[in-house]
Write a protein that binds this ligand. Sequence first.
Ligand code: LLP
Length: 385
Amino acid sequence: MLKGKFPTDKFKSLATPFYYYNIELLRETLNVIKAEAAKYNYHIHYAVKANANPRILSEIARSGLGADCVSGGEIQAAINAGFRPGAIVFAGVGKADWEIELGLDSDISCFNVESTAELEVICLTAAAKGKTAPVALRINPDIDPHTHAKITTGMKENKFGISQKQLGATLDRLAGMRNVRLTGIHFHLGSQITDLFSFQSLAIRASEIQDEFDRRGIFLENINFGGGLGIDYYHPNHLPVAAFENYFAAVGRLLRPRTGQQIHFEPGRSVVGQCGTLISKVLYVKEGDTKRFAVLDAGFTELIRPAMYDAYHRIENITSEGETGLYDVVGPICESSDVFGRDVELNLVRRGDLLALRSAGAYGEIMASQYNCRRLPASYFSDTI
Ligand code: LLP
């Protein structure tokens, strides 16, 4: 069984469970993103929601990417990590008053606005500060990205964005607002999208929508395509870097930016997904009537994706070369959904073995919880371990 390369001896002295980040892979991924985006002069804002570990954030900030934030906490984390406020965009369907104030006080580059109601609050808050808020309208493009229903965002039935039907009325309303300045439009289809045609559909839809702005004589400085590029959860060893070349080319082929217009993307998962691994120890091998269970010291408190989205994460026994067998890999949480994988083929599992749950860098550590009064997981990095 081909396995990822891990410093297993070093792991043996560390308390489990913990996240292990391959910093070299993160840097390689960032270099590919920057090189591919540079071909089209695209602007990249890392979606902080995928992983806000301070070390990971500072690596990404240092590489020169901007940040896409969805809360005041994320804006603060991004600034602390060294992201320039002028390269921070702020999305989210429910921005609280203090979060809007923080965005204004920090002089972030753009509020991605999701409703007329929000626009009015941003305008009033900016007026009270004697400022003008830069805003982009998040438009719901109503495109099916063919991904898990719980991570689909750009369809009519989703709560996100302003519908195309309401766009005209929103623009009429906006025209009378003095303390907001419309700088662009924003879209986001969903997450873990591997079908690049969905992004092409979005590029076509974005061009059509631009025509509506042209008719009104409004020039859009920015078009933001959101995030969503998927990673290969099945082959993390073979395909550790996502298909950025094809992704940008797919959009680039269809979209002709107007003179002076900037095109933006907000990738999260594809930046950090493959560089993170959850390392967990086997507490018990339990023989059931029909199943053999490998009971780990990590549960959905450390990695909730399998329980929440039926997500697949490749699992490897990194301390055994024994004969392979099938195991249900489960956690210690008192819930039946606390299962990482069923009938997983693993090298012989014994108490004390270390199991690696791969491709866990995105929406892993950041979604950890303290349910059952558990401790949050520690994190280690390939260059400092
Ligand atoms: N921009 C916006 C407005 C978003 O809502 C998201 C993700 C992104 C960018 C980044 O998308 P990415 O490139 O990471 O696909 N917890 C789920 C994923 C939720 C994604 C939410 N929005 C999971 O574990 O699969």
